[in-house]
Design a protein around this ligand. Sequence first.
Ligand SMILES: O=C(O)CCC(=O)C(=O)O
Length: 262
Amino acid sequence: MNVVIDHDHKLVSKATMDDAMRYRFDLQGYLVIPNVLNDDEVSEMLAHLETYRNNPEQLDESIRSPLSGPCEKLISHPVLMDILYNIIGKLEKIRVENGFYCYREQGFERWDPHAGGRTVNPNYNYIYHDGKMFSGMTRVVWELNEVKEWQGGTAVIPGSHKANFKPTPEIDKKDSGVWASYGCPPGSLVLFSEAVRHAGCNWTNPDNPRQAVFCAYNHICVRHHKPELGQMTPAAIAGLSDENRRFFNEVYHPQFDRGQWA
Ligand SMILES: O=C(O)CCC(=O)C(=O)O
């Protein structure tokens, strides 16, 4: 699973998004990739997130965020970058809209179906053109604890990024037969087009809480969310490496950084 992306943003070693994954994402609008992070990485990230949740003042402002310290590598993880290269574009055209930490224990309740369907609006439309997919806002979820099917991971209506009709209240019931859930081990990567109808779910797993880091990626020229960046503060963004800080640049085409059109 080792992918290297060079400074010209070309893939220089084996890509992780193979034809089967491309087929699956185009058809269903989401992917679950187990075991992207190893046990040591997951432990370090959980320790950082535990401090962030319980004793944030112990973290210097420059690393007081769910995407700082050992979690910073999530921003540009090569497995993720290769997928985003396939569904958004070259590295320089990928932007992070926000990031936040999700902690849910047994008893947490939610069922909030939202988004989904075709649109011509650029914020999260999904299109296929000339051999290429384009997914606008793409939600990335790093599941750092085990998720058991129908016990609290995000639910999706597979294929609804291509749906032509609005879902009815019956369709939006969890047991309507169109909803899917997933299970995955700690360290898994889940991503879905925001154009897929999805919902947060009750966390019913008694064995462990949900500990996940959520990010929203989009094409650099488009923003879906309001400008605030979830739990990413200006100080935490300033504390990132140059390579990762650039994902939080404002919305504009990178050609303006190349001195063209000035
Ligand atoms: O709470 C969840 O699992 C889903 C969150 C959500 O709705 C989203 O990422 O847009």
